[in-house]
Write a protein that binds this ligand. Structure first.
Ligand SMILES: [Zn+2]
Length: 471
C-alpha cells in the first residue's frame, strides 16, 4: 500500500474540500428551488374569490360602479371595478351579494375599546363630586387588567360585526391593553378590527382623576397615563410607549401643557415615524397643538376660524367626535337612571344647546376646507346597543350635524386612512389594499343610516358577517 506523501495528503484534502463545496452549492441550489416552488404553491393556494354586487361606492371619487365586482386573493384586493370590464380567471369562487352596495371597511379614528363606563346615578356623581366619567375610569384602572382585556376583546368583536374594520385606539387601555389586543387580533386569537394602538395617554398632572388617596395617587395614575410635566419627561414618555410597540402617540392637551413640552413629544415621536394625535377641545390647547406640530387635533370643539385656517395651511387633520350629539347622554342614562321631571327637562335643554353648537362647528369646518376625519370617542356603556352599533351611530351624527353623506363616508374611510398614515393599506376598494369590505342593502348616499345596518363584513379576506347570501 502506497502511503501518500505530505504533498499527496494536501491533494486528498483539497479534493475532499472541493467535493464538499460542490455539494454545498448543490444543496443551496436545491434548497432555493424547493423554497421557490413552495412559495409558488403557497401563492397559488391563496383562495381567490369574486365578490359581486349591484353597486360599489368609491368614496374618493364619489362614483358608483354598477354592476361591480371585487376580486380577492388571500387577504388582498387584486382587482376592483365594473364587472363587465373585469378580467376574471376561471374557476374562482363567486360570492354574489345581489342588490347590495359595497363600501370600504369603516375606520373609527378615535375609540377606547378597553373602557366601558357605566354612567352612575345622579346621587353618586353629585354627592361624590366626581362626575360621570371618573368612577368608571377608576374602576377600570384598579380592577384586574385580565378582566379589562376580556372586555376589550368583546368590544373589538362588536366593532367588527358592525363593519368597523380598523380603529385607532387612543388611550384608556392600561399599560399594554391595546397593543396586546392588537397583537392577539393579528394572530387570530380573537376577532376584531385592525388596531392602531397608542398605549398610555400622555397628560399633565391634574388633568384626570383628582381627589385620589395621596398615598396611592401616583401608582394609580401610572397604570393609565404617562405624566409629561417638563420637556425631558415628555421625551421619556414617548420612549416608554415605544417600548410597548405603539403605532401612534396620544397626548391630552389642557391649558397647562406648554408648546415646548408638546414639541418634544412630536419631535421624539416623528423620529420613530409615529404620528401624534392631540386631544384639544379649548382654544388655548388647540393653539398649543397647532404650534407644536401635532398631526391631528381630536375633538377641536372650540376651534376658531383663524385656527381652522392655520390647520388647513399646515395640513393638520381635525378628527371630529360627534359623540354627544343629539341627546346621547339621555339615551345612555334614561334606561337605567330615574330622573326627576326637572332634571329631565334640564338634560333635554342642554342636549338642544349642544346640538346647535355642533351644527355651527360643522358649518365652519366645511367652509374652512380643513381636512377632517371622524371618530366615535366611544367609551360608554350604551344600553340596547353593542359597542359597534353605538360607534357607527356617532358617524351618522356627523351627517345630522350638516356634513354631506359622501363627506361623512369619506370621514370614516379615505380621510381616516390618510390621517392614520395608512392610505396604502385601507380606506378604498383598490388593487393591493387589504380585503376589508362592507355591504349595505340600500344606497348609503340617499340614506346614511344604512351604515347602521351593514349586512356583510369582510376583513382581511375573511367573511365576518353575511346576511346577504346563504353561503
Ligand atoms: Zn377619547
Amino acid at each position: 500500500m502506497k502511503v501518500p506523501t505530505r504533498h499527496g495528503y494536501a491533494f486528498i484534502l483539497q479534493e475532499i474540500l472541493g467535493r464538499l463545496r460542490k455539494g454545498a452549492i448543490f444543496f443551496v441550489a436545491w434548497f432555493v428551488a424547493l423554497a421557490w416552488t413552495a412559495n409558488l404553491r403557497a401563492q397559488s393556494a391563496a383562495p381567490v374569490t369574486l365578490v359581486k354586487a349591484s353597486r360599489l361606492l368609491d368614496p374618493r371619487s364619489g362614483n358608483v360602479l354598477s354592476p361591480a365586482a371585487v376580486l380577492i386573493e388571500g387577504n388582498k384586493i387584486k382587482q376592483a371595478g365594473s364587472l363587465p370590464q373585469m378580467n376574471v380567471p376561471s374557476g374562482v369562487k363567486i360570492l354574489d351579494l345581489g342588490n347590495a352596495t359595497l363600501l370600504p371597511g369603516l375606520i373609527d379614528s378615535h375609540t377606547h375599546l378597553l373602557l366601558d363606563v357605566v354612567v352612575p346615578p345622579k346621587a353618586e356623581s353629585q354627592r361624590h363630586l366626581n362626575g360621570v366619567f371618573a368612577p368608571g375610569l377608576l374602576l377600570a384602572i384598579v380592577e384586574s387588567p385580565v378582566k379589562r382585556a376580556f372586555m376589550g376583546a368583546q368590544l373589538a368583536g362588536q366593532d367588527l360585526q358592525s363593519g368597523i374594520t380598523t380603529v385607532r385606539n387612543l388611550g384608556h387601555s392600561g399599560i399594554d391593553g391595546d397593543t396586546e389586543l392588537r397583537d392577539a387580533i393579528n394572530a387570530n386569537r380573537v376577532s376584531g378590527p385592525r388596531i392602531l394602538a397608542s398605549g398610555r395617554k400622555l397628560i399633565t398632572q391634574g388633568e384626570y382623576l383628582q381627589n385620589l388617596n395621596p398615598a396611592l395617587a401616583t401608582t394609580i395614575l401610572q397604570q393609565e397615563f404617562l405624566l409629561i410635566d417638563g420637556v425631558d419627561r415628555a421625551r421619556q414618555a414617548v420612549r416608554q410607549n415605544e417600548f410597548q410597540n405603539v403605532d401612534v402617540i396620544k397626548v391630552s392637551a389642557d391649558e397647562n401643557l406648554t408648546v415646548p413640552e408638546l414639541q418634544a413629544v412630536v419631535d421624539e415621536a416623528h423620529r420613530q415615524h409615529l404620528r401624534v394625535a392631540v386631544h384639544a377641545a379649548d382654544t388655548t390647547s388647540i393653539q398649543t397643538a397647532i404650534d407644536a406640530g401635532a398631526d391631528s387635533i381630536e375633538h377641536g370643539n372650540q376651534v376658531t376660524d383663524e385656527q381652522l385656517k392655520q390647520m388647513r395651511d399646515k395640513n393638520v387633520f381635525l378628527d371630529l367626535t360627534p359623540t354627544f350629539y343629539d341627546g346621547f347622554f339621555l339615551k345612555i342614562t334614561e334606561p337605567s337612571i330615574v330622573m326627576s321631571p326637572d332634571a329631565h327637562a334640564a338634560e333635554v335643554a342642554s342636549a338642544a344647546r349642544g346640538k346647535q353648537r355642533y351644527d355651527a362647528l360643522v358649518e365652519r369646518v366645511l367652509k374652512s376646507g380643513v381636512k377632517f376625519a371622524a371618530g366615535s370617542d366611544m367609551c360608554w356603556f350604551y344600553p340596547g346597543k353593542t359597542r359597534g352599533e353605538a360607534s357607527v351611530a356617532t358617524f351618522v351624527n356627523l351627517h345630522q350635524a350638516g356634513v354631506p353623506a359622501l363627506d361623512t363616508i369619506r370621514a370614516v374611510t379615505t380621510n381616516a386612512a390618510e390621517m392614520l398614515g395608512w392610505s396604502d393599506r385601507i380606506g378604498t376598494i383598490e388593487s393591493g389594499k387589504f380585503a376589508d369590505l362592507v355591504a349595505v342593502a340600500g344606497d348609503p348616499i340617499a340614506d346614511i343610516t344604512e351604515l347602521e345596518r351593514v349586512k356583510f363584513v369582510m376583513k382581511d379576506g375573511q367573511i365576518v358577517r353575511n346576511q346577504l347570501t346563504s353561503h
